[in-house]
Design a protein around this ligand. Sequence first.
Ligand SMILES: Cc1cc2nc3c(=O)[nH]c(=O)nc-3n(C[C@H](O)[C@H](O)[C@H](O)COP(=O)(O)O)c2cc1C
Length: 322
Amino acid sequence: MMEWTDRHCRFFHRLLTRRALIYTEMVTTGAVLHGDRSRLIGFDPAEHPVALQLGGSDPAALARCARIGADFGYDEINLNVGCPSDRVQEGRFGACLMTEPGLVGDCVAAMKAAVAIPITVKCRIGVDDQDPEVALGTLTEAVEGAGVDALIVHARKAWLSGLSPRENRDIPPLDYDIVFRLKAAHPALPIVLNGGVTTVEGARNHLQKLDGVMMGRAAYQEPWRLLAVDAELFGEVPPFASAKAAAAALMPYIERELARGSRLHSITRHLHGLFHAVPGARAFRRHLATAAVKPGACSDVLAEALALVVDRPAELAHTAAA
Ligand SMILES: Cc1cc2nc3c(=O)[nH]c(=O)nc-3n(C[C@H](O)[C@H](O)[C@H](O)COP(=O)(O)O)c2cc1C
């Protein structure tokens, strides 16, 4: 998620779930081709499985970027057909590609031809006054025909003018039923639901009908929820018994990153929502917000913040939140 997530966030989330697939924020083809590549798309091997999301609409450029992503070691390349920002529209990609399903199919075909890893698309159900049934159906046929490996559907329209990107994540109503119907019509195509899923239990319900669920804001703002993913969705033991233990395990990474010149706050900012219904959560957040931003702040700040919260097993925190 642009502005929110980065490689530090992904490394931290990977401590909370071994199994969830993690996506990068959107990186444009222009940035991948001409920017500081290792800063933009470099990642730690511990982040696997991780998908690189690309923004673009030129099949040849996307194919080159897919190859670069595959060479970096990404497990999947995803094409963004859902971002409604003005900047993205000017570049003729993101959500406005919902009106050019043939071009999206060409993009997928070019990327499929370039790499052996899965190519996926993340889309909306339509834009502006499109009929979602037609728009989503046509896009799905185009990408399925091009060999797409999965389709992630943010189950609401985007309004390309009149709503800000933020409003476009809340105001257009969610329509999960259209995604269920899409799955029924395309049983062989893996379909993943996104939008408004705020709990792991909610995700599990959708998984009865669909192949996957993508959580965005809830995963970022309440990362403690991720600690339930491996147990509840994959029947596996969680990587750590508590959120506090997971945060403590971040310490060696922090020391490594500080030695490379990263600032403490750029890492610990992703931990602010880690504790829920745990005594000391507010003091933890406050300490990080004030001490981690100071010049020269080191990993001791996280140790001090963690000393302020009670160590409660993940299941108890989870029950308290239900
Ligand atoms: C700050 C922010 C940045 C986002 N950046 C991206 C992005 O780079 N690529 C993308 O596909 N979606 C992006 N999204 C949209 C989310 O991935 C997701 O589709 C949307 O928030 C709805 O899902 P949710 O209700 O689970 O959050 C962003 C959302 C937010 C809040």
